[in-house]
Write a protein that binds this ligand. Structure first.
Ligand code: XIL
Length: 520
């Protein structure tokens, strides 16, 4: 009987087009939980924010009032929210703490509003509370800062957001591809490709100082790759490893300072991340391959190197998953193992020299062992369109497929207008697709040469054809990612190879990619 009553109520609410929350009822929008982690709160400055064993969120190492813990919230403009938070500080007799919000103005620049504040006496949990009815904004970051106490350390707990009159129904999300683009408004790559595959970019660390660029990134892309910050030379702590090696030669020390900003940005804004790269012959400290992590000593044995490989892969996969659960959806396990001359494994690579030809199989085995469920494991390489290398890559992929731990192949596609031809690219994609692997274009850029109208038209054409090709395989393709946003930030900047010019204006190539998506 009770059950039927519930169903009837639900049906009535559905018929009137209301949710339970909309029916004027007080709705709990958010209650913090710092028991297991930071609950998506992050440091808004260079300070430290972490959860404590008492299930509070502690902030320390501050140098400015705004260096505070903050969190993105989905708020509805025009809806009243009652908010409260408990704060604790032990540094001063009394200190003023304040809840503020960062919003985005129409032109994309940030704006700040102070909401409510209170005096926290030393050692006493103090509740701050107030109300906020937001104006429209693309995002709302609520944060707990100080007033005139830039170095104060403090803790927060029980951050609550309640809508006393309920919240409106979630806006139905329109199918992006079907949405007409208003005149003068820029279409969005990720929206045009929604339902087909993800569209992303690589971003270097310094991109995170540029608010305008980040706004463009959020509008255009839904998956990111750190351009350099997750490579072994960014993550491996050689000094720390050397110390550990005194007791255990296979131990590996790691640090993630370089890639944290990107992971936090992705997490806070709901973007995915593709990890690049666990093993590579480049951008990897030579010391990793030597006894005692000491380049003056001989190279380490196969056993030691297998131990270091497993430890490194485990550390990286578990740290990223524990700290940013679900954010990294796929990894390049090994990058560029095939030699351009011989089309066989690069024998000069240190992993090959120390472990031997089965190093890729072992790397995939360890990656599978420690990767969270559903995380896709890729082999990534360049020049796939050249027939000799293509065959070498296909052979390698077949052997890895036989081992059962590889999910996909990543085409780098650092191309030019003439080379390689569309026929060559097409044949390579067809050949690899026939292996049944998942596909991704991991690092797309197409050199145009000088920035002339003619070159940019040819570039548009090639981008469009590449996209049409990948759309033929859309059921097998996870993502296409350009290797950078604006020409000026490209590693091949002389060739103007990307979709946006240095002023962040879309180039013809951008519209080529959009058109391919819209015509599909
Ligand atoms: C490049 C970066 O873009 C540069 O900033 C860096 O100096 C060198 O590496 N293939 C890859 C990428 O897998 O990691 C490379 O990235 C480009 C070629």
């Amino acid at each position: 009987m009770k059950r039927i009553g519930i169903i009837l109520t639900a049906m009535m609410l559905m018929m009137t087009g209301m949710t339970a929350a909309q029916a004027g009822q007080e709705t709990l929008v958010y209650a913090s939980t710092f028991g297991a982690g930071t609950d998506l709160w992050y440091a808004r400055g260079a300070q430290k924010v972490y959860h404590t064993t008492e299930a509070t969120l502690r902030t320390e190492g501050r140098t400015s009032d705004w260096n505070s813990p903050g969190r993105n919230f989905e708020l509805a403009a025009g809806t009243k929210y009652d908010m409260s938070v408990e704060v604790l500080q032990n540094d001063a007799e009394t200190a003023t703490l304040m809840v503020s919000v960062q919003v985005t103005k129409e032109d994309g620049s940030p704006d700040w509003k102070n909401l409510f504040k209170g005096e926290a006496k030393k050692g006493e949990w103090t509740t701050l509370s107030g109300s906020y009815t937001p104006d429209p904004s693309e995002e709302y970051v609520l944060y707990v800062e100080t007033v005139g106490a830039p170095e104060l350390s403090y803790e927060i707990r029980n951050f609550r957001v309640v809508a006393p009159d309920g919240v409106p129904d979630a806006q139905p999300t329109a199918t992006p591809a079907a949405e007409a683009v208003p005149e003068g408004e820029m279409p969005s790559l990720k929206d045009v490709y929604a339902g087909k595959f993800d569209f992303g970019t690589a971003l270097p660390r310094n991109a995170f100082n540029d608010l305008q660029l980040l706004k463009l990134v959020k509008a255009q892309f839904n998956i990111l790759t750190p351009e350099n910050e997750m490579k072994p030379d960014a993550i491996l702590d050689v000094y720390g490893s050397k110390k550990l090696a005194e007791k255990d030669e296979t131990a590996v020390a790691v640090r993630f300072d370089a890639c944290k900003t990107l992971l936090r940005f992705a997490q806070a804004n709901g973007l995915k991340v593709h990890g690049h790269t666990l093993l590579w012959h480049n951008q990897t400290p030579e010391a990793l391959f030597h006894e005692g992590y000491d380049t003056s000593r001989p190279m380490a044995s196969r056993e030691v190197m297998l131990g270091r490989m497993e430890n490194y892969i485990r550390e990286v996969l578990t740290w990223t998953e524990e700290n940013y659960p679900g954010v990294i959806v796929s990894w390049d396990v090994v990058n560029e193992a095939i030699d351009d001359g011989t089309n066989k494994l690069r024998t000069g690579a240190n992993w090959y020299k120390t472990v031997g030809p089965d190093y890729l199989a072992r790397a995939f085995e360890y990656a599978r062992k420690y990767a969270a469920e559903g995380v896709l494991l890729y082999y990534n390489d360049y020049n796939t369109a050249y027939s000799g290398k293509l065959y070498g890559i296909v052979d390698l992929l077949k052997s890895l497929i036989a081992e059962g731990n590889i999910d996909g192949y990543g085409f780098q596609m650092h191309h030019s207008l003439g080379e390689p031809s569309m026929d060559m690219i097409t044949r390579a994609v067809e050949k690899i697709a026939a292996l049944g692997l998942r596909l991704r274009v991991s690092e797309l850029d197409i050199n145009a040469g000088k920035a002339t109208e003619k070159n940019f038209e040819s570039q548009k054409n090639k981008y469009k054809q590449v996209m049409k090709l990948m759309l033929r395989f859309k059921d097998q393709t996870e993502a296409v990612q350009v290797w950078g946003v604006t020409d000026i930030m490209s590693w091949r900047r002389d060739g103007n190879p990307l979709l946006f010019d240095k002023n962040m204006n879309p180039k013809p190539a951008f519209f080529g990619v959009i058109e391919a998506g819209q015509e599909d």
